[in-house]
Design a protein around this ligand. Structure first.
Ligand SMILES: O=C(O)CCC(=O)C(=O)O
Ligand SMILES: [Fe+2]
Length: 353
């Protein structure tokens, strides 16, 4: 079955609704990339740290900074609680997002189809890359361009629910504030002035991607989302109660257990460059399961395409630069043309000392 060719508009959810028992060949991962789908959660299995932000109370700042530093060195990803984002708003965006996939008829969804020939175009899609050679992900998504405000055009977002556009707009604003506060703490924790990472990134280019992973009849053969690190500065992710997100640590994949009111913070490649490799962007992926659909909402904060990113000079004085300066536009285009394949794009910027 043709599932994702340039001129077709197949979505994974439609494949599942057609009741297929075996997944089409384009979704089958090579052996080395296939997940080991465990039947039960092992007790004591490691997970990313959970960090209480105490509502950014100054009395707890030292403690929080220390915990963030450790998490950024060891995992590049962590949960935050008491983050200040209204829980009701998190529930609302999960609810409107799920409703788009569950309740909006396919022909109406297609009114919002993204352009499959251009990278990261806004709208409803399934393929992450524009080429036709890579293995497809078992995922459908809706990508919203939300910031700067000049890119935000809610008329391109679903309106079959009266509050969809308002919820996405409010959520975008809350995520921006949280990303700024977190980048401040992350900067301080690595010994940089509070505003350093945000100043290097410049005005945030923010996208919100709602991902829907339909149940998969053969979860051990495929991936919901292939292994990658995010290309921008910081990603803030929320999910439903169904596990699926995995983070790589010391060559092993660990499943992130969903914590309903918490937000997952994922360090992305430009933060690895700015911190001169003191902090690593997290390599992560999503796996599927055969019984329950899964929803996640990732909010990406990226530099403008015109931005040049290089290691902070304060961190280069101690050790020589470990990464070449990069034009963010070139970085994005290499990511989308070559594909993420783990962390290959940031690896080519490394200077071998
Ligand atoms: O669905 C997830 O948990 C991961 C999503 C993700 O990594 C992404 O959209 O970049
Ligand atoms: Fe990601």
């Amino acid at each position: 079955m043709e599932a994702g060719g340039r001129n077709t508009i197949m979505r994974v959810q439609s494949l599942v609704q057609a009741g297929l028992a075996e997944i089409p060949s384009q979704y089958i991962q090579p052996h080395e990339n296939r997940p080991i789908v465990k039947k039960e959660n092992g007790v004591g299995v490691m997970d990313i740290p959970v960090i209480d932000l105490f509502g950014f109370d100054l009395n707890h700042r030292d403690l929080v900074r220390k915990a963030i530093g450790e998490a950024c060195r060891e995992w590049g990803a962590f949960h935050v609680t008491n983050h200040g984002v209204p829980i009701e708003l998190m529930n609302q965006i999960r609810s409107v997002g799920l409703s788009f996939f569950n309740d909006c008829p396919f022909k109406d969804k297609l009114k919002y189809a993204c352009d499959p020939t251009s990278a990261a175009s806004e709208g409803y899609g399934s393929k992450m890359l524009v080429d036709n050679c890579s293995v497809l992900d078992w995922r459908d998504y809706f990508d919203h361009h939300t910031l700067p405000l000049s890119r935000r055009n809610p008329s391109r977002w679903p309106n079959f629910l009266p509050n969809y556009r308002e919820v996405v707009g409010k959520y975008s604003d809350e995520m921006k504030v949280l990303a700024q506060k977190l980048l401040g703490l992350i900067s301080e924790s690595v010994g940089l002035p509070s505003s350093c990472i945000e100043d290097s990134v410049g005005e945030f280019y923010q996208n919100i991607t709602i991902s829907y992973y339909p149940p998969c009849p053969q979860p051990d053969l495929t991936l919901g989302l292939q292994s990658h690190s995010d290309m921008g500065a910081i990603t803030l992710l929320i999910q439903d109660q169904v596990e699926g997100l995995q983070v790589l640590k010391e060559s092993q994949w660990f499943t992130v257990q969903p914590l309903c009111d918490a937000i997952v913070v994922i360090l992305s490649d430009q933060t690895e460059i700015i911190t001169n490799g003191k902090y690593k962007s997290a390599q992560h992926r999503a796996i599927t399961n055969s019984s329950r659909p899964r929803l996640s909402i990732a909010t990406f904060h990226d530099p403008a395409k015109t931005r040049k990113i290089s290691p902070a000079f304060q961190l280069v004085n101690e050790s020589s630069p470990l990464y070449r300066e990069v034009n963010y536009e070139d970085y994005v285009s290499s990511w989308y043309t070559k594909g993420p394949e783990g962390k290959r794009n940031i690896d080519v910027l490394r200077i071998n000392c």
